[in-house]
Ligand binder design. Structure first.
Ligand code: CO
Length: 145
């Protein structure tokens, strides 16, 4: 009886570890920084849940943050197009952003869940904040292997 209980406990533990690899929480602050330099997604995940928390106090118009996933090769074009798209579009250009959260101000949080079949395993992806001037500092590697 004890062995059976132990086996059950172990399999439950591995389920929770597995689930943890298919989601992440990242923070942005008033110093224009993310708290993660990379996010790794396990290849066994079919979808990914991303939560962005703006842990600062500044308003969206002054220190807006989003989490936008792009191909690394597209970072420069997306960044330029985002500035042109402007605040009405929440600085999301018509092309190049694969998925994104809302643009947040201090104290706000947004969670998105997206299917990973949009991505190629081993592809070169980067997440950025598309608020004007932020991407050179607010960026990280998105690793899907
Ligand atoms: Co930002």
């Amino acid at each position: 009886m004890k062995k059976i209980l132990l086996a059950t406990a172990l399999s439950m533990a591995s389920v929770s570890v597995f689930a943890a690899a298919c989601e992440a929480t990242i923070e942005g602050n008033d110093a224009m920084q993310y708290n993660l330099k990379e996010i790794t997604v396990d290849g066994s995940c079919t979808e990914f849940k991303l939560t962005l928390k703006h842990v600062g106090k500044m308003p969206k118009a002054a220190m807006g943050h989003n989490w936008s996933l792009v191909k690394t090769a597209d970072v420069k074009t997306v960044t330029a197009a985002a500035a042109k798209a402007g605040p009405k579009a929440d600085y999301i250009p018509a092309e190049g952003v694969i998925v994104h959260t809302k643009m947040l101000g201090g104290g706000e949080t947004d969670t998105i869940t997206f299917a990973l079949d949009k991505l190629e395993k081993g592809g070169d992806y980067t997440y950025i904040c598309t608020f004007p001037g932020h991407a050179p500092i607010m960026h990280g590697k998105f690793i899907y292997k």
